[in-house]
Write a protein that binds this ligand. Structure first.
Ligand code: KG4
Ligand code: ZN
Length: 341
């Protein structure tokens, strides 16, 4: 089955073509200019998606060696994300499906990150513990079977990637900052300073990352930090800050795996690229764990994971008729509780 996937939930415009679960093409346009503003400007992002979506779809089809006539299913991210940005891709996808009378599947962006590792390992076996860590989300999920998942924990405030990005901004490093903090941390001393993480009262697997950013801000004020200070100091701060975030992600995920007696962990989202995170989880392989990460192109926002999740959802659905020509009716969206995942 040839699936056309569309992703426009934030600042990446992406279109992919899949044959079953195999990726034929996955084109991604990253709106890098947002870095000038220190974060994504929603209205600007939506307009840019609109400008790029048609040419990227043509490119994705060309790279896949397919034409519009070959498409059998259309899937687009329906939420969560920036509303204007989402609407661009969602309506484009709905229009493509309506114009060539194809089934259309609205896809939950978090589910797409969760299943993205199926693009790497087929089949990814169940059950597994999923850790989704991106610029917008931090969740631990127990996945018993395909589309049978329970959210064990999430963040009370900032996402892990956001905590990296905000720290990078305070340190004057630029946006997005996760990759830079990771790079600088390699040269630094992680014992330089202990950054505390806020304790979450009830949720055993829940996170809170806004306190650590505030404690960094106070710390920088205390040492009268400015951009002309010694480079080694920046390295040491990056290493200490990164350790606090990654230890929290690691420990809670490991505890969930122990509590649910699952030795398979799948990590996805942009922060899954972090080298300390990978090292800590990879160490678990020595005690019999299977650990999965997506390759770089499937870890940040991309349409391949959206097409895959739409295809799996369609295949999994008992009522395929439902997605057919009725797909433009409002009730097609009511059925999928994508906001609450
Ligand atoms: O999955 P993604 O594209 O965003 C959302 O869907 O929200 O992930 C982007 C996030 C950014 O916050 C970025 O700073 C972070 O992933 N990131 C990293 C690394 N590479 C990207 N964070 C820590 N270490 C990295 N190596
Ligand atoms: Zn994402």
């Amino acid at each position: 089955m040839i699936t056309l996937g569309i992703e426009t939930s934030c600042d990446e415009t992406s279109v992919a073509v899949l044959d079953g679960t195999g990726v034929l093409s996955n084109v991604i346009y990253s709106q890098l200019f947002h870095s000038e503003y220190g974060g994504v400007v929603p209205e600007v992002a939506s307009r840019e998606h609109l400008k790029k979506i048609v040419s990227l779809t043509e490119l994705a089809l060309k790279k896949a060696g397919k034409t519009k006539k070959d498409i059998e299913l259309v899937a687009a991210t329906a939420g969560p994300g920036l509303i204007g940005a989402l609407l661009t891709g969602l309506n484009f996808g709905k229009s493509v499906s309506a114009s060539i009378r194809l089934p259309f599947v609205p896809v939950n962006h978090i589910a797409a990150h969760l299943y993205s590792n199926i693009l790497e390992k087929q089949p990814l076996e169940f059950p597994f513990i999923g850790l989704i860590v991106s610029g917008g989300h931090t969740l631990i999920v127990m996945v018993r079977e395909m589309f049978d998942h329970e959210i064990l924990g999430s963040t009370a405030d900032d996402a892990a990637g956001e905590a990296f990005d905000k720290a990078a901004k305070l340190l004057g490093l630029g946006y997005p900052g996760g990759q830079l903090i990771d790079k600088y941390a390699k040269e630094g001393n992680e014992d330089y300073h202990k950054f505390p993480l806020s304790k979450i009262k009830d949720g055993k697997y829940d996170f809170s990352f806004s306190g650590i950013k505030t404690s960094l801000r106070y710390f920088l004020e205390k040492i009268n930090f400015d951009n002309n200070m010694e480079q080694q100091l920046v390295y040491d701060i990056c290493a200490s800050y990164q350790r606090a975030i990654i230890e929290s992600l690691f420990l809670k995920t490991f505890n969930a795996a122990k509590d649910f007696n699952v030795k398979r962990i799948s990590i996805s989202g942009g922060v899954s690229a972090n080298s300390l995170l990978r090292k800590k989880f990879d160490d678990l392989k020595a005690v019999g764990f299977e650990i999965y990460y997506p390759r770089a192109e499937y870890s940040t926002d991309n349409a391949a994971m959206v097409a895959l999740t739409g295809y799996l959802e369609y295949k999994h659905s008992e009522n395929k008729q439902y997605y057919l020509s009725d797909s433009l009716k409002e009730n097609a969206f009511a059925r999928l509780d994508y906001e609450n995942f």
